[in-house]
Write a protein that binds this ligand. Structure first.
Ligand SMILES: [Zn+2]
Length: 327
């Protein structure tokens, strides 16, 4: 019977090993585990090396580099890499984040830098992660850029520009009251029913027990060059940007501080959207009243692309045959 012998060395398998359902003797089992561990480590090192090599290619993305040449390198690297598509995307997103960091180092995004980032994303076929896009848009807004909403959620007037729209819920402050009954021993809550009858007796009193913001309507919040508009399923509200004094920003909501209004219209948004909408509204308002300086027109200096990354050298990639000159 073959099953009673070790699968590796063919020595008879001790009864205990057989009963445990093992196919190898103790010695071979230890050797086998060590081999497997070595193999696992080898695969890990190979993977790390592949990641490093891919980073070397996409890491060449920097302000001012020749995007045409880099796009060809990135295309070739996508072909040559053994990495999975998701990992390639992650490394490319990382490179885009690094580019954005470099663009933001001096505190402003110039129009030339903004154009370079847009061109890089297009030429290299990169994909914005939602969080990354928001971060960049906020940085660009702080430098005076406002985006254009390609598909506005509301009717736009003549001469008005739609900047963005986000999903939003209109919130209202709800104050909960509770009736407390004055008894000799102290206050006894008796619930919310039949308030009037007890109040007329003069021995109960209404006590405010909680305040909370509750959603009363759902729809979209749009920012244009002239207005902030909430278009809900129940009602619509419009606020002129000229009346906007400030925006209160929460992680998942915002409040509009409007001149001569004794409450702050408040909206719940998706996390992250609130910051972007607030920055857009404030930038648009500043542009409307003319207090925003023009975005700086500093050119992006040309930068060296660097030598051919090792992944491409090994894969026999040649840059000379179809350089930008041969177009
Ligand atoms: Zn054995």
């Amino acid at each position: 019977m073959s099953s009673v012998r070790c699968a590796d060395c063919a020595e008879p398998l001790p009864l205990k090993r057989r009963l445990l359902g093992r196919k190898r003797c103790d010695t071979c089992e230890t050797a086998h585990a060590a081999e497997q561990e070595a193999e696992r480590q080898r695969l890990h090192r190979e993977h790390e090396a592949a990641v490093a090599e891919y980073r070397e290619v996409v890491g060449q993305l920097a302000p001012g580099v020749d995007l045409h040449r880099l796009a060809r390198r990135v295309d070739a690297a996508r072909e040559a890499t053994p990495l999975q598509a998701e990992e390639v995307e992650r490394l490319e997103a990382e490179a885009l984040s690094e580019l954005i960091e470099l663009v933001k180092t001096d505190g402003v995004v110039s129009s030339a830098e903004d154009a370079f980032v847009a061109e890089a994303v297009k030429k290299l076929g990169l994909r914005w992660l939602p969080e990354q896009a928001r971060g960049y848009q906020i940085a660009a807004l702080e430098s005076g850029f406002v985006m254009r909403d390609p598909s506005p959620a509301i009717v736009i007037k003549r001469g008005e520009v739609a900047h963005l729209h986000i999903a939003a819920e209109r919130l209202e402050l709800k104050v909960e009251h509770e009736l407390r009954w004055q008894s000799a021993g102290g206050e006894v809550p008796v619930g919310q029913e039949g308030l009037r009858a007890v109040l007329e007796g003069g021995r109960g009193k209404l006590v405010e027990t909680s305040r909370s913001m509750q959603a009363v309507d759902r729809g979209s919040l749009s920012v244009t060059s002239q207005r902030v508009v909430f278009a809900g399923t129940a009602e619509a509200q419009e606020f002129a940007l000229g009346q906007l004094l400030g925006v209160r920003v929460f992680s998942n909501g915002l409040g509009l501080q409007i001149a001569n209004r004794n409450e702050v219209p408040t909206f719940r948004t998706r996390p992250g959207d609130s910051q972007l909408a607030a920055a857009t509204a404030l930038t648009a308002a500043q542009r409307l009243v003319g207090t925003l300086p023009q975005p700086p027109a500093i050119p992006v200096p040309t930068a060296e692309l660097g030598e051919l990354p090792s992944l491409l050298k090994r894969s026999g990639f040649s840059e000379e045959t179809t350089g930008p000159e041969s177009q």
